[in-house]
Write a protein that binds this ligand. Sequence first.
Ligand code: FRU
Length: 497
Amino acid sequence: MRATNGQVPRPRFHFTPQRNWMNDPNGLVYDRGLWHLYFQFNPEGADWGNMSWGHATSTDLRHWTEHEVALRYRDGEQIFSGSVVAVPVGFAAGCASAGDETLLTAFYTSAYDDGHQAQSRATSHDGGYTWEPDAENPVLDRGTSAFRDPKVIRFTDDDGTTRYVMLTVEADDRQVLFYSSHDLRSWEHVSTFGPLGDTGVVWECPDLVPLAVDGDPDDIRWVLLLSTNPVGDDANPDGSSMHSVIGSFDGVRFTADAAELTRLDHGRDFYAGVTFDSAPGGEAVMLGWMSNWRYAGAFPSSPWRGAMSLPRRMSLRTVAGAVRLVQQPVGFVGEFLSGAATSTPFGADQPGDFTLCGHSLVELAWDPASTGALRLQLRGDADALVELSHEPSSNVLSVTRGGAAMEAVHPDFQSTSTVALPRSGDRQLRLLVSLDGPLLEVFVNLGEATVSNLVVLGAGPITATLTTELPGPISVTVADLHVAEGRASPALAAALG
Ligand code: FRU
């Protein structure tokens, strides 16, 4: 077996920068038919540093075109995470009536070399390609050292007026600070949320999204998104992770339904997820960075380092009596699968092996009562193994990445992620497994739980082995995404038939 160094295939249906280091998604905005993705980027190397905003655009959230760096670090100042809002030109100019034309305004953190962090503003007059920082920057400054990650959202009052709300963190204090503005210029501090949950972490990259429960427009809850990163000498080796808090928001104060952070993704590699401003239909579409601060700098991909997750549409669904945050990959993923072949193999008697090209979607549907425990193993040409397993008695799904090649990445890279699934009336289980080179994302039961992990399986094709305890039927659908044009082609091996 070969080692994987230098053998990490570039993802085909996820965004990666052509070269160099990338972390958080920044400034996500949909404007004039284009999805804009800015991202924490080092224009000069494959390690974190010289932080700037890289830029890419897409018409379909799948094919991305990378552009010139949008906001570049300067002497004494790095450009940390932030957001963009598309506002009507009339509004931006202070006119009462606003037309359809939009102006993009960015808010980002100026991280100064003297250790202080404050919020700055920039405007784009060419649809997001070039940016002019304000002469008065920083526009929001508390004189503190961990005040960062401004996310600007809209809030419409009962009388129909729109105001802007900026969420920022005081990262070390584990607090989200809320500011309010009518003109995107003057900001008033209106409330603070936190601290809460685990100590020994910093809070980063907040966002706040209104979502309808079970699609009911009269039952809107606000969901706070938050990323936490363990710090200090005894930092939790599991590293960084994302959380959500469901609650209510009156334009001033966010009130949590329960005073706890709920894990948003159960894998090790989903961080700094935020949503697009102005997405069509008001949908909440999120991108996350698929890595973990614990070992991000050690990941052996080259000449790029850092990838975005699949874009995920968020919603709220009542499952087993509780409201859960649901994340589903956007349209193109379902389209690939609907064009693919479905096969119904049987379990224990005949373990099913099938081959994936390694840029693949696999959908499994089965009834645990008739299959018993289920296991899906993925192997490539590296000395490594990914194993997904479901245990019906506990209803726990586990995702393990192990083997010498995984261990070689970093001492804390090998992992087993577990998620206790809700017991709902429907006994069928569905898993959507997306494997795109080193990016593994598992969506359980149409997004009720997700597990996202980096994996190093090698550069060649992947052998998938499906086994079950009892010979119950399992429906398996596979779509392989071959080469550049990436059209789905049915690829179930004959072994399954
Ligand atoms: C989160 C983060 C942010 C910061 C940025 C710096 O991953 O630490 O808090 O703005 O990355 O690159």
